[in-house]
Design a protein. Sequence first.
Length: 177
Amino acid sequence: MTTEAILAALVIFVLRVANNAISTIRVVLITRQQRLLASVLGFIESLVFAVTITSVVTDLSNWLNLVAYSAGFSVGAYLGMFIEARFITSYMTVNIISKERGHEIAVALRDAGFGVTETAGEGRDGQVTILRSVVLNREVPRLMDVIRATHEDAFVAIEQARHIQRGYLRASRPLVQ
């Protein structure tokens, strides 16, 4: 195994990490309707992929390049998810339905600094309280802890909020357009 072969495998690894990380970010941008930036990243992603895959398929018996390519994919997926979670602000809409303790959950969430809207609703077995809160993606685990501590059996549905405008979001930080 030569130094040149190791360097080639390292380049393949780095390019594949970049390729897959870009892919993850591009998908996030697509879901947010940011077409132009997603298209630019798609161009870069496909160019990097073409260069990388060419380096691998020219000699499929080169196990070092195959391992570098596969490992780069795995590390790139992890890196892309890390970048998305850490640096890209995304919001989640949390819907909570409780037959017995809806108001208690709302009070606990407000005490914890979360904004929450409380609505009366009708479920299969009668009256329910419907709560709705929009939070930063990284705050969902803490919000879920508050809900579970108040009413472990509450129904919770979480979905990504594609666009938010105005309102109350987390401890006296009003949203501004």
